[in-house]
Design a protein around this ligand. Structure first.
Ligand code: GLC
Ligand code: MG
Length: 427
């Protein structure tokens, strides 16, 4: 399904760095990330593309995904634009790798760099086919970069040296980097006849600078952007009105940019405090799923009022004969499941408890029926559980709230994320 979406022009393509851009390492609650997730899944997932562009190798990228409530991107660009992969299966783009072999030899790079005592080699996982990475102190970075470039030129190589986060120094082939990887993708989409309608790049540090130099893209440097990026911007892109320095940190800065450039809806469903406002929303089946699980989280956290009106509202969106199959295989009437929610109001109050959905993908199966696939994630204390689900909605019988009517739900555990103790309802 993702691969199919890669063949149509994306309404919005977001190309975002991860550390300190999409992911705020100073936000233990991950609120801005969760807000972004709700916005993306409710309004963009079905016709837009999410691209993560990170300095991390696959090994460290996987670690981050375990630590933070991140969505699954459509395209993953890793190791500072030297590795491009597509879809959930992370199918590598072999064409891109070939481009990078020109005037590049990582053994020579390591040999020459070892002559600089200021450079401390990073972990072996971060040394890649087209990326050699070190740590170097801020005050030594410039001089080392200059001398090392000279030395490598003498050896016949053509490299790019990038300084990020006031500590990391990456050496890449000249044709590599986050910007070149994005230019390659845009060119590929153009050649295939489906360039994105709008592209928004998001970053905070030195290795993101190139993203902002790609013509025609919008860009946001998040509030907490590093000095080296702000300096690059001041010297190279000061008058470009398509680039802003957000007043909000990390993912909240990305949401801000979507609004600033009018790229589409920018109110995350997670921010809607009056649940009854949900009722007037458009008929987007993906939206229904996002709203339902937000309601579920807020109800259990006692962040909304314990009111029968809410339960009645949820029930009004379900056909009275609708059934729900729990991941354990137990089948129940959906109205009964919702009634059972009365007993868990506030049971997660003051606790570490979040629910979010990922890859919410609706397909219309006939003129009035929709099938929505989604992954649901629950973080409860230290435990993280996940289930893959499908929901079927009908537009028959005109629901007065404007919502589609829920006629069936089904979930199965995602392997490795089954709960230790099976709870009732959605777990
Ligand atoms: C990530 C990578 C590291 C790289 C840095 C800056 O932290 O793990 O190897 O140097 O990004 O690009
Ligand atoms: Mg970063």
């Amino acid at each position: 399904m993702i691969m199919d979406r890669l063949k149509a022009p994306a309404r919005l393509m977001i190309v975002s760095d991860l550390d300190h851009t999409m992911v705020d390492h100073h936000d233990k609650e991950n609120l801005s990330l969760l807000r972004f997730n709700s916005l993306w899944e409710a309004n963009y997932r079905h016709d837009s593309l999410l691209v993560f562009s990170t300095g991390r190798s696959l090994t460290l990228y996987k670690e981050l995904r375990k630590e933070k409530p991140m969505l699954t991107p459509d395209i993953t660009i890793m190791s500072v634009g030297t590795e491009i992969t597509y879809g959930n299966d992370m199918v590598p783009d072999d064409g891109w790798v070939k481009v990078l072999n020109q005037k590049w030899d990582k053994d020579i790079v390591r040999e020459e760099a070892s002559k600089f005592s200021e450079l401390k080699l990073q972990a072996e996982t971060e040394q890649r086919a087209h990326k050699v990475s070190f740590y170097v102190e801020k005050d030594k970075a410039q001089a080392v970069t200059k001398a090392l470039s000279e030395a490598l030129k003498q050896r016949g190589l053509d490299v790019k040296i990038i300084y990020s986060g006031g500590i990391d120094l990456d050496i890449l082939p000249q044709g590599a980097g986050k910007g070149q990887a994005l230019a390659y993708l845009l060119q590929k989409f153009k050649t295939e006849g489906h360039p994105p309608v709008n592209t928004l790049v998001c970053g905070d540090s030195g290795n993101d600078a190139e993203l902002f130099s790609i013509p025609e893209v919008y860009g946001v440097m998040v509030k907490n952007a590093q000095e080296e990026l702000l300096q690059w911007h001041a010297e190279n892109a000061k008058d470009n009105k398509k680039i802003i320095h957000a007043t909000e940190r990390c993912a909240a800065g990305i949401i801000q940019a979507i609004g600033h450039f009018s790229l589409g809806p920018n109110l995350p469903p997670r921010d809607v405090t009056d649940i009854s406002d949900y009722i007037v929303e458009n008929m987007n089946p993906g939206h229904n799923i996002v709203e339902f699980f937000l309601f579920y989280e807020k109800w259990r956290r006692a962040e909304i009022e314990n009111s029968e009106i809410y339960l009645a509202g949820v029930k009004a969106n379900c056909c009275p004969s609708a059934t729900y199959v729990h991941p354990t295989g137990n089948e129940n009437n959906l109205h009964n499941c919702i009634n059972a929610l009365r007993d868990c109001y506030g049971d997660k109050q003051g606790k570490h408890y979040r629910v979010w959905v990922d890859q919410v993908l609706p397909t219309q199966i006939d003129s009035n029926t929709w099938l929505v696939k989604f992954d649901m994630w629950v973080l409860s204390g230290e435990e993280q559980n996940a289930a893959r689900g499908t929901a079927i909605y009908s537009s028959k019988g005109e629901n007065p709230s404007g919502h589609l009517t829920w006629i069936r739900g089904h979930q199965t555990w995602i392997k490795g994320y089954e709960p230790k103790q099976v709870a009732s309802f959605f777990g």
